[in-house]
Design a protein around this ligand. Structure first.
Ligand code: ASP
Length: 300
């Protein structure tokens, strides 16, 4: 059993993090852990905690989510996000939004107030307007570093090496609150120079995120087209459901992805008691979790 009153794990993507970005990754993970921990310490819900943690990472340009995300082939930022409640299985997700500064807040609004699970593009932005979430300008999400990388790709042939750390990282979180509720969330700008309208694993239930109080809570990152093929978050949750320990469930999921798709990814998870684990087959992954003594363990 978990001796913790609550648990939290967050990630900033599994990618080829350059040494020069390690400090920024660590700082971002720490801020996200603080935001989620503050919610949980006040007996807030796991849903509120993962939402708060992911929003911090969306606002941090170190990561490929919210502001500072990769541009698509047409030079636009298109964002995807999902949040899932492990107690009720209620889920909210958005895909390909261009005028939402924090897609995780819109995903949460969909979870709370919509009959649907996922809204995309213009429809998602209409829902935002009708539900009090302000629209930003598409330009507000674009930073010069990403525009310069996109220009280099356009001048020649797309090359991930033109991008910060090849391609910087999706973000996510999983939490268990003091009432025993589990939640998970994931947010991303997707892959660099992606075809307009491309949606990856991140906002798809069971692929980039899954939470079930009977199993665990999972957030994934990596090559979306591969993660979708093995429905990775649900695969990991099912391993937990069938009794695997958290570290084995995480490692086996990445092994499955590598064996069946020859691709790369990472994931974080909590089992239903809040015990954390992470696994990845990329050069590095940025993640951190709350330890039973209240300190943070951050790994980049
Ligand atoms: N999984 C994300 C996607 O394919 C990208 C990433 O995690 O790096 O959109």
């Amino acid at each position: 059993m978990n001796p913790r009153p609550f648990s939290l794990i967050v990630h900033g993507g599994a990618w080829d993090i350059p040494d020069s970005a390690v400090a920024d990754c660590r700082a971002g993970i720490r801020c996200a852990l603080e935001a989620g921990r503050d919610v949980l310490a006040k007996n807030g819900s796991a849903l509120d905690a993962v939402q708060a943690a992911v929003a911090v990472l969306e606002d941090d340009i170190t990561f490929d989510a919210g502001t500072g995300s990769h541009l698509n082939r047409d030079g636009r930022v298109q964002l995807d996000a999902i949040i899932m409640d492990g107690t009720t299985l209620k889920t909210g997700a958005v895909a390909a939004v261009e005028r939402i500064r924090n897609p995780i807040h819109l995903a949460r609004k969909i979870l709370d107030s919509s009959a649907h699970i996922m809204l995309a593009a213009a429809g998602a932005e209409l829902f935002a307007q009708e539900n009090g979430i302000p629209l930003c300008s598409p330009e507000d999400l674009i930073i010069e570093r990403e525009r310069a990388a996109w220009r280099r790709c356009r001048e020649g042939k797309h090359n991930s090496h033109f991008h910060f750390g090849d391609k910087h990282g999706t973000v996510g979180a999983a939490a268990l609150d003091s009432s025993g509720r589990l939640a998970a969330a994931t947010s991303t700008g997707g892959t660099c120079c992606k075809f307009p309208g491309r949606v990856g694993d991140s906002p798809l239930i069971g692929c980039g995120c899954y939470a079930d109080a009977e199993a665990g809570a999972v957030s994934c990152t990596g090559h979306g087209e591969a993660i979708m093929k093995i429905v990775m978050a649900k695969s990991a949750a099912d391993l937990l459901r069938n009794g695997a320990d958290p570290s084995s469930a995480a490692a086996e999921s990445i092994q499955l992805l590598a064996r069946r798709t020859q691709s790369t990814a990472g994931l974080i998870l909590l089992d239903r008691h809040g015990v954390p684990a992470a696994s990845f087959n990329t050069p590095r992954m940025a993640y951190g979790f709350l330890q039973p003594d209240g300190s943070f363990l951050i790994t980049v």
